[in-house]
Ligand binder design. Structure first.
Ligand SMILES: Cc1cc2nc3c(=O)[nH]c(=O)nc-3n(C[C@H](O)[C@H](O)[C@H](O)COP(=O)(O)OP(=O)(O)OC[C@H]3O[C@@H](n4cnc5c(N)ncnc54)[C@H](O)[C@@H]3O)c2cc1C
Length: 436
């Protein structure tokens, strides 16, 4: 593809996970000119992140290989700003403006990381974070790893870590035994999921899975040495080299917010509100996959395909998938109920616990503010490199502020910290012509 600073596409898709990939190949199958962008090096999103030690699963290969020459894939490319029917993006080729006939938001989800004493020690990461590190080659061989938090991602992370040579000492699930057994029994409605769960359990044979158990503290001077846990057996200490702890997923709604799309709150977190046709509240903008609510890979694939049809006006083809979508979303709802966080999880951080790790802001510094916005102005909480993606989300979950933890006054551009050179480039782009 010739590198141009301003390009027009029939369909532009942000995010190349299962939802974005399915949307791209579907829209292209109708003859549309499609562009797919992703911040990662390769397409696949979170679940199909490339693993240096093993080939991609067949299902992933099938979807990725089906990307045709009608699709431009822009890797390592971030969306920075949104304007009328166009996005300003920054990637290896510099800043570019991409205008579109229709935009599909498929920006997925990130891990919910919650603060507890010691969570910033070297050797402590998210569960999905540890999985991603292992897949990218971070040495795990022989390391004693404890996996903790909540939800099925713990099993997937533990299986990956074991495959990379880690000694997984145990999986600690905060949900009660009753909740987990109830969830397992309900899988008869989703035989594909039941098969996936059984296959995962087989890969985890011999690893203790303890319910109703959570991490109270990570201990060590310079790095993690010991983990303190609590559960039905009381408080225990376990020596380990790595703690991988994650409390489920939250949708990446920041780009949708920037575009002015209406959000829907489910508990402490927001997802993009869509109608039956996956239309957002902003004209010509659709959304699919986990950005519309945590739903797993199958939901993302179905919604991506539907959004790809809708984006080119093929609504009859999309309607045929509606019942599959409802069935897949019902699974998501079951998942959400089964792994709801217990109040104890919200009470682990103490006064000295750092909440904003980018700007070193402890919990004690956030007392007395009524909103994240107020706290941000006074303490710099949420003003670091992650732009509040970790601490803002955690604060919303913990319910620290009476008004909730979110910046409900919308997102201001840029979405990510930006180089001054990129900003300068963006001004000159607008004076150039559009190519299509
Ligand atoms: C860390 C992690 C690990 C996971 N591991 C597993 C697993 O092992 N097994 C499993 O079944 N499920 C796993 N999941 C859940 C899985 O991600 C989802 O079920 C499914 O992949 C959702 O697909 P999606 O296309 O909606 O989003 P995702 O797969 O999350 O893809 C979204 C993509 O959008 C890109 N993106 C987001 N914002 C921007 C932006 N502003 N600019 C450019 N690109 C952007 C991201 O880089 C990402 O590639 C994991 C989730 C996470 C967060």
């Amino acid at each position: 593809m010739a590198e141009r600073a301003h390009e027009h596409y029939d369909v532009l898709i942000a995010g190349a996970g299962p939802a974005g990939l399915a949307a791209a190949r579907t829209a292209a199958s109708h003859g549309a000119r499609v562009c797919l962008i992703d911040a990662q090096v390769q397409p696949g999103g979170q679940v199909w992140r490339h693993d240096i030690a093993s080939p991609l699963p067949r299902a992933a290969r099938r979807v990725i290989d089906s990307l045709s020459n009608r699709i431009d894939f822009l890797a390592q490319t971030q969306v920075l700003m949104a304007q009328e029917r166009s996005l300003l993006v920054d990637g290896p080729q510099g800043a570019r403006r991409l205008s579109y006939g229709a935009l599909v938001l498929a920006t997925g989800a990130r891990e919910l990381l919650l603060p507890f004493p010691g969570w910033t020690l070297p050797g402590v990461t998210g569960a999905g974070g540890a999985q991603a590190l292992a897949k990218q080659g971070w040495p795990m061989t022989g390391k004693r790893v404890l996996v903790a938090g909540s939800g099925p991602l713990l099993l997937a992370a533990a299986a990956t870590l074991r495959a990379h040579g880690a000694r997984v000492l145990g999986i600690l699930e905060q949900a009660s035994q009753g909740a987990v057994l109830g969830f397992a029994a309900s899988l008869v409605r989703w035989p594909g999921k039941a098969a996936q769960a059984l296959a995962l359990r087989a890969r985890l044979l011999g690893i203790p899975y303890r319910t109703g158990t959570l991490v109270r503290a990570a201990l060590g001077e310079d790095r993690l040495r010991t983990v303190e846990i609590e559960g039905p057996r009381g408080v225990e200490r376990i020596e380990c080299d790595h703690l991988a702890v994650g409390y489920g997923l939250v949708p990446n709604v920041e780009l949708a917010q920037l575009l002015g799309c209406q959000l829907l709150r489910t508990g402490a977190h927001a997802q993009v509100a869509v109608d039956e046709s996956l239309r957002t509240s902003v004209e010509h903008v659709y959304a699919a996959g986990e950005v519309c609510g945590i739903g797993g890979r199958d939901t993302a694939l179905i919604e991506g395909e539907m959004a790809g049809h809708h984006a080119v006006g093929a609504s009859v083809a999309a309607a045929a998938l509606q019942s599959h979508r409802r069935h897949a979303r019902a699974f998501a709802e079951r998942l959400r109920q089964s792994f709801a966080l217990r109040p104890r999880v919200h009470a682990l951080a103490v006064e000295e616990t750092l909440i904003c790790r980018c700007e070193d802001v402890p919990l004690s510094a956030l007392q007395g503010f009524t909103s994240l916005r107020e706290a941000k102005l006074a303490t710099r909480c949420g003003m670091g490199a992650c732009q509040g993606r970790i601490c803002g989300t955690a604060l919303a979950e913990l319910g620290v502020f009476p008004t909730g933890g979110h910046d409900d006054d919308g997102r201001r551009p840029p979405l990510f910290p930006i180089r001054l050179a990129t900003l300068a480039e963006s001004f000159s782009i607008d004076s150039q012509g559009v190519h299509s």
